[in-house]
Design a protein around this ligand. Structure first.
Ligand code: FMN
Length: 187
């Protein structure tokens, strides 16, 4: 069974992006795949402080939580990044998490989900992630979900208030699964 963790890039009190993240986890599971929420509030990572680049660490990380994050990423067949938009970019928390690892991501597909409370839906954050993902020898799939005015799309119980997101999320998961199966067969 494919394993597709969902990586939540915000640790802010009252963050809006945990609703979309939890919803995507549930949708992946409902489609018949394994998923889990990776929340750096629960699994805090230190700022990258290694004298060696990640490849040179050969999977032996100097912090327990980084080791756990590495295990989650290594076991993933695809990853979903939930990218809240901060100052026209994605969050430092997400960049730090990506910087800690490298080979864990190679030849895997990434699905991007943007979140903002404004009209742009985090598209500037998701687009800035594409070249970063490319650097891992990984693929960012074309289908992207943008939660613009995220507080109006989901209620507090993660129910969709905008039914058009059902189809968007289903198409996103279908594409991510296609890429995951295709790349897994070749890896
Ligand atoms: C430091 C900071 C910078 C922000 N910059 C932008 C921005 O450039 N564009 C935008 O659309 N929203 C911006 N916002 C609004 C966020 O998109 C909104 O607060 C969203 O809910 C953030 O995701 P989070 O709640 O998961 O942290 C910013 C929010 C913060 C806290």
């Amino acid at each position: 069974m494919l394993n597709i963790p969902v990586i939540l890039g915000s640790v802010r009190e009252g963050r809006l992006s945990d609703g979309p993240a939890k919803l995507i986890v549930e949708k992946i599971k409902a489609a018949g795949y394994e998923s889990q929420l990776v929340d750096f509030k629960v699994l805090p990572l230190p700022f990258f402080d290694s004298p060696l680049v990640p490849v040179a660490l050969k999977g032996k990380y100097p912090h327990e939580n980084v080791q756990k994050w590495s295990q989650i990423a290594r076991a993933a067949d695809a990853l979903v990044l939930i990218a809240s938009e901060y100052n026209h970019g994605y969050t430092a928390v997400l960049k730090n998490a990506l910087d800690w690892l490298y080979l864990e991501f190679e030849k895997k597909p990434f699905g991007l989900v943007g979140v903002s409370d404004g009209r742009m839906g985090g598209i500037r954050a998701t687009e800035q992630l594409r070249p970063v993902i490319e650097n891992f020898g990984a693929v960012a799939i074309r289908e992207t979900i943008l939660f613009s005015e995220a507080d109006k799309i989901l209620d507090a119980q993660c129910n969709l208030l905008d039914a058009s997101y059902d189809g968007k999320i289903n198409r996103f998961i279908k594409s991510l699964v296609w890429w995951a199966e295709t790349l897994k067969a070749k890896r």
